[in-house]
Design a protein around this ligand. Structure first.
Ligand SMILES: [Zn+2]
Length: 127
């Protein structure tokens, strides 16, 4: 990938990062607003809203970590290298073109997805 293209992407990722941080700040302010001050219906709505925001927060945190890792890689000039343990191969250009926040080559991604499924399966057994 050309340096100019990487630099262009870096700007986009930085903007995305800022957006998430701004959203997170706004949500934190909302969460601090106390539901006790409202009537029952409002309170119920506030709780629904709160759990929705917490779900959003979970996703946003993951995304933020992803973006920050990619920015770190760009700074080290390793944007195209796979993050897989003992891998270090180049990520397929097509993958990076389709999703600029890809951290792993296809082999490592498949391994991770598999581990994920196994973990999730194990958790189901516990419950
Ligand atoms: Zn890999």
């Amino acid at each position: 990938m050309r340096k100019t293209e990487v630099a262009k992407r870096q700007k986009v990722f930085e903007a995305q990062r800022l957006l998430i941080l701004e959203d997170a700040n706004r949500i934190r302010e909302n969460l601090v607003a106390r539901p006790e001050d409202k009537d029952e219906v409002d309170q119920a709505n506030a709780y629904i809203e709160q759990s929705r925001m917490m779900q959003w927060g979970e996703k946003a945190r993951k995304q933020l970590r992803n973006i920050e890792r990619v920015l770190e890689k760009i700074q080290k000039d390793e944007y195209e290298l796979c993050d897989g343990v003992d891998c270090g191969e180049e990520i397929e250009p097509k993958r990076l073109a389709a999703n600029g926040l890809t951290l792993f080559c296809i082999q490592c991604q498949e391994k991770l997805d598999h581990q994920d499924r196994v973990l999730r399966g194990a958790r189901h057994m516990v419950h």
